[in-house]
Design a protein around this ligand. Structure first.
Ligand SMILES: Cc1cc2nc3c(=O)[nH]c(=O)nc-3n(C[C@H](O)[C@H](O)[C@H](O)COP(=O)(O)O)c2cc1C
Length: 342
């Protein structure tokens, strides 16, 4: 395609393939809180606040980060399909759900098709098991630092044993706080669907209704905290990803940076999972900030390492459920009480 085709509609199949990649992004509780509207020359990304987690994530911070991850996949898949993208964050201040407009323009020459990052999209998993006891070389960590910076965020590895131990303690403290809250447990249980398919969390070795009942009923904070503390303590890498500010645009940047870091990690043979409790529990976040000893706001706390086994992919919703026309979107938004004023 030549530059002159800027206004030629993008084939629907190509758009569908790009959107499939976007939906493979990680999201808190696997809520997949995104919606997409198709235009002739691009895609608009919306937050789907019907999928918010008001207890775990009262400001929709993680919801927005999740959408940022989907946005990053969308950009990489578009590059792989032969498009440059122009990405405008928060293009309409009267519409808080519209997070980004992504305009596609055809690539004219042999631009970087982002093959390594693209291939990693489908292979990335949240790896909650123990990692291989193998160090991650410092040049790999430097690459990940650079990846976060490319997207306007920072990635800081906790180097000292003391700092790592302190973080592990904060994680356990966060677990205790969350599990002692029945509303938090109920919200988590609500995303462990016994019947619905396509989103939510599954618990290995437990049938969904049992897992749901257990989570809803029992404060397992001590047990979960002890397990998480051990996982944190023995992980080859613990790192925080953060941003200079703590607003919606920062969260979108954090999401894009997170996904770039995760996909780049995979290229180096690493997988990751989350220890976000000290950020989710508001009183613990300043303690983590203090431990990091830098200005700015931690958004995500990760453990990274070499996986010992392959994991199956977590479920995803069909594209029909996340791609919308402007009309269906307005109806849903009004139902959610976030309707656009027209
Ligand atoms: C912003 C954000 C926060 C997350 N927080 C946690 C978390 O606290 N604990 C956890 O186990 N997984 C967390 N996850 C991972 C999701 O549960 C995971 O992405 C989802 O279940 C889909 O699985 P997948 O990543 O393997 O595709 C988080 C993901 C994102 C994007």
């Amino acid at each position: 395609m030549s530059e002159g085709t800027r206004n030629t509609p993008i084939p629907r199949d190509t758009l569908a393939a790009i959107l499939e990649s976007a939906t493979l992004a990680p999201s808190s509780h696997n809520t997949q809180p995104w919606r997409f509207e198709l235009g002739d020359n691009g895609i608009s990304l919306f937050a789907d606040r019907l999928r918010a987690l008001p207890v775990n994530d009262p400001d929709d911070r993680e919801l927005t980060i999740s959408c940022g991850c989907a946005l990053f996949n969308l950009r990489i898949a578009a590059a792989h399909a032969g498009f440059n993208t122009e990405c405008l964050l928060l293009p309409d201040l009267d519409d808080e759900d519209l997070l980004a407009n992504v305009l596609f323009t055809p690539v004219s020459g042999a631009e970087d098709r982002q093959t390594e990052l693209f291939r990693a999209i489908a292979r990335r998993r949240t790896y909650r098991k123990r990692f291989e006891p193998k160090q991650v070389p410092s040049d790999v960590l430097n690459i990940l630092e650079g990846s976060a910076e490319t997207e306007g965020a920072w990635f800081q590895v906790l180097e000292s044993e003391h700092a790592r131990h302190q973080v592990a303690e904060l994680v356990a403290e966060g677990d205790a706080a969350q599990w002692s809250n029945p509303s938090w447990r109920r919200e988590l249980a609500a995303w462990m669907h016994p019947r619905r398919k396509g989103d939510g969390l599954t618990v290995p070795g437990m049938v969904a209704p049992v897992a749901q009942l257990v989570v809803r009923t029992f404060d397992m904070g001590n047990g979960v905290g002890a397990k998480d503390r051990q996982l944190a303590d023995e992980s080859p890498v613990i790192a925080a990803l953060g941003t200079a500010g703590d607003g919606v645009e920062d969260w979108l940047k954090a999401g894009q940076a997170l996904e770039r870091v995760l996909l780049r990690s995979l290229g180096q043979g690493l997988q990751a999972s989350y220890l976000n409790q000290p950020i989710q529990v508001a009183v613990l976040r300043p303690k983590l900030q203090h431990l990091l000893g830098r200005s700015g706001f931690p958004q995500i706390l990760l453990r990274l390492g070499y996986p010992a086994t392959d994991l199956p992919a977590a479920p995803r919703r069909n594209l029909q459920e996340v791609v919308e026309t402007a009309d269906t979107r307005d109806i849903k938004a009004k139902q959610a009480g976030h309707g656009r004023q027209r």
